[in-house]
Every structure is written in structure tokens, then in C-alpha cells.
Write a protein of this length. Structure first.
Length: 103
């Protein structure tokens, strides 16, 4: 009997799971954390910002718009996703603590 008979196995390709749900989850988490930071900076800017209330709000919005994409990329783009999320979470806590300060 030959070794190529009916007893040979077919090479079965196992399907590897797609990383898409993880990427979507990381993207949503990054977006939420960056938005929370921007929200707290905009809310806190009248308390610690310069000049009149209107000028302080505009200043806070400029900071929020400038740092939003940077924080999103830090939270989403790091090799270790937990490290990026923790870093941006600490930035959110710092922005939230800005609500406690008065001029």
C-alpha cells in the first residue's frame, strides 16, 4: 500500500480571528477620552483663563482643538493600548482638576 492513499490528511486552514473589533474599541475609547479632555478644558477655562469670560472660553476652545487630535493619536497609536489610555486618562483627570481652580 502506498503512503499516498486515503489516509492522508488534507491541510485545513484555520481561520484567524479578525482584529477589527479590537481596533474599533480602541478607536472609540480614544475618541471618548480625547473628547472628555476637550470638554473639561472648555468648561474650566472661564475659571483659570485670561481676561474676560468670553476670551477665556475662546482660549480654552483653542487649547481643546489643538490637543484633541494629539491625545487621540496618543491613546490610539501606542503599541501598548493600555499605556496610551492611561496617559490620556491622566490628562483628563488633570483637566477635570482645572475646574477646581479659581483666578
Amino acid at each position: 500500500m502506498s503512503s499516498y492513499g486515503a489516509s492522508t490528511r488534507k491541510a485545513v486552514r484555520q481561520r484567524t480571528p479578525s482584529p477589527t473589533p479590537k481596533w474599533i474599541g480602541r478607536g472609540v475609547l480614544s475618541l471618548v477620552l480625547a473628547w472628555i479632555f476637550a470638554h473639561f478644558v472648555t468648561l474650566g477655562s472661564p475659571h483659570w483663563g485670561p481676561g474676560t469670560r468670553h476670551d477665556a472660553v475662546i482660549f480654552g476652545q483653542m487649547i481643546a482643538i489643538g490637543l484633541f487630535p494629539i491625545l487621540f493619536l496618543i491613546a490610539f497609536g501606542t503599541k501598548n493600548p493600555v499605556r496610551g489610555a492611561v496617559f490620556v486618562g491622566i490628562a483628563c483627570i488633570a483637566a477635570a482638576s482645572g475646574l477646581l481652580f479659581e483666578r
